[in-house]
Design a protein around this ligand. Structure first.
Ligand code: GDP
Length: 362
């Protein structure tokens, strides 16, 4: 699957954020396709299109698309040299496609900071350094192997050595690989080696309850993030945790009181979804209106398999109405009458917002 990994120094609010993300959301048993482990959480992606569809269809049930988050605790200063549970945790980061970096932006004397005063710039540097040191090790190991192959005159190996050298120089000058735009062959190598500092980052500035609009610390995080074109979510994990315990109605009232239009976690889920390159298709019937998560480039037949393997196996055609057409026409029947439904075959590449009915043989 495609996942966002939550990292950060100890006591910055990772678990609080993660727990709120997973608790505030649907039963994981509704999502059999997700591998449920204790440190994997599922967050709903609140998509207003889903509710607009539901207004027309009046389903018994509304089920949003979801995105998976993994809580990767244990990243500490010196992790790449084996401090803490060091390397094991770094290897968990290899398995995610996007990094959510939680940065402490709240003061609290009762909660010790693992390295001293609250200082987002230093914290971000510590984590980045660990990621870069781990990458340097990976690259040096690879270099040793590639050197041997290159000696026999292998052209591909020689080309690879040049890329490895470039990466090494970058890292040694203190720059994560994500700070550079990469050529296709470099991207391939990054993916093969699963380099940590190449993964896109979303910063979460975890502020205190009384500075939900941000504070001097979250400003620092924003400045750093802006330089690398990374998104920043300012939230209070404590507030998010409280919100996650409330009923829908209570949550609305509490958010109004706090002046929050959208919860921090809803914002995080949306950005995570986008950064993972995920898109949504919808199914809309009287039983359920539902958003389904797929990767960009997924075919109609593969998309059918996300719903059920039987539908993929027996796939005949997909009836597709674009979301905008569906809404403008006022429903499925009306859209069909206007000729706005398209029959697509198994190789059709799904688009974000497709409202689909799969025809299949049982
Ligand atoms: P982790 O080690 O990064 O997973 O951090 P935790 O989520 O376990 O949080 C560490 C401590 O900080 C816990 O006691 C939390 O209740 C507390 N904490 C988390 N977020 C906030 C916050 O926004 N304000 C305050 N005052 N405490 C927080």
């Amino acid at each position: 699957g495609f996942k966002c990994g939550i990292v950060g120094l100890p006591n910055v609010g990772k678990s609080t954020t993660f727990n709120a993300l997973s608790r505030g959301n649907a039963e994981s048993s509704n999502f059999p396709f997700c591998t449920i482990e204790p440190n994997v959480g599922i967050a709903e992606v609140k998509d207003e299109r889903l509710y607009k569809l539901a207004e027309l269809v009046n389903p018994k049930k509304i089920t949003p698309a979801v995105v998976e988050f993994v809580d990767i605790a244990g990243l500490v200063k010196g992790a790449s040299e084996g401090a803490g549970l060091g390397n094991r945790f770094l290897s968990h980061i290899r398995d995610v496609q996007v990094i959510v970096h939680v940065v402490r932006c709240f003061e609290d004397e009762d909660i010790v900071h693992s390295v001293g005063e609250v200082d987002p710039k230093r914290d971000i540097e510590i984590i980045d350094t660990e990621l870069m040191l781990a990458d340097l090790q990976t690259i040096e190991n690879r270099e040793n192997k590639t050197l041997k192959i290159a000696k026999s005159g292998d052209k591909k190996a020689k080309a690879e050595l040049e890329i490895l050298e470039r990466f090494k120089n970058l890292l040694e000058s203190g720059k994560p690989i994500r700070s550079e735009s990469l050529k296709a062959e470099e991207v391939d190598l990054v993916n093969e080696l699963r380099l940590l500092s190449a993964k896109p980052v979303i910063y979460v500035a975890n502020v205190s309850e009384d500075s939900l609009d941000g504070n001097e610390y979250s400003e620092t995080v924003k400045q750093i993030a802006n330089k690398e074109n990374a998104p920043v979510i300012v939230l209070s994990s404590k507030v998010e945790e409280e919100l996650s315990r409330l009923s829908e109605q209570e949550r609305k009232e509490f958010m109004e009181m706090l002046g929050l239009k959208e919860s921090g976690l809803d914002r995080l889920a949306k950005v995570g979804y986008q950064m993972l390159g995920l898109i949504t298709f919808f199914t809309a019937g009287p039983k359920e209106v539902r958003g389904w998560t797929i990767k960009k480039g997924t075919t109609a037949k593969e998309a059918a398999g996300v719903i059920h393997s039987d539908i993929e196996r027996g796939f005949i055609r997909a009836e597709i109405i674009k979301y905008e057409d569906y809404i403008a026409a006022g429903g499925e029947k009306q859209a069909k009458e206007k000729g706005l439904m398209h029959l697509e075959g198994k190789d059709y590449i799904m688009e974000d917002g497709d409202v689909v009915y799969f025809r299949f043989n049982v």
